[in-house]
Design a protein around this ligand. Structure first.
Ligand code: THU
Length: 133
């Protein structure tokens, strides 16, 4: 999928976000190696901390759908920022549990593609299951 098509899909997906409080839509598409796409948008709540980020709406569906996280090819994220809007700290930790460092995280702001990254770029020295052994 070209960056242009991904950009359009993410931008369109922003419209599905539920953001009455921040008015800051975020969208996320998890692309599987078989071509399947799983969508997420941020969903806020009157009890603010109960709101959830787009990344954490998209990624859990992999398990609910019975898919294998090893089959993730790419994660694409768009924030409504005009600068470098990147995944929040909780999402960085959440993503690090599910994907390896070979999976591309493609970042977009409201205007353009910002770059392709890996989870280690966003969260070095991540806390993982290794620590619990
Ligand atoms: N948000 C996301 O959906 N993903 C992120 O990684 C950054 C923040 C959402 C949470 C909230 O609904 C809004 O953006 C403003 O913080």
């Amino acid at each position: 999928m070209s960056k242009e098509i991904t950009f359009k899909k993410l931008k369109n997906l922003l419209k599905n976000s539920y953001v009455p409080y921040s008015k800051f839509p975020v969208s996320c598409i998890v692309k599987m190696k078989n071509g399947q796409e799983i969508f997420g948008v941020n969903v806020e709540n009157a009890s603010y901390p109960a709101g959830i980020c787009a990344e954490r709406v998209a990624l859990p569906q992999i398990f609910a759908l019975g898919l294998n996280e090893k089959e993730i090819e790419k994660i694409s994220i768009m924030t409504s920022s005009t600068g470098f809007g990147s995944p929040c700290g909780i999402c960085r930790q959440f993503i690090s549990e599910i994907i390896d460092n070979n999976v591309v995280i493609e970042m977009f702001n409201i205007n353009k593609h910002l770059g392709d990254f890996k989870i280690d770029d966003f969260l070095p020295f991540q806390f993982s299951s290794e620590e619990l052994k």
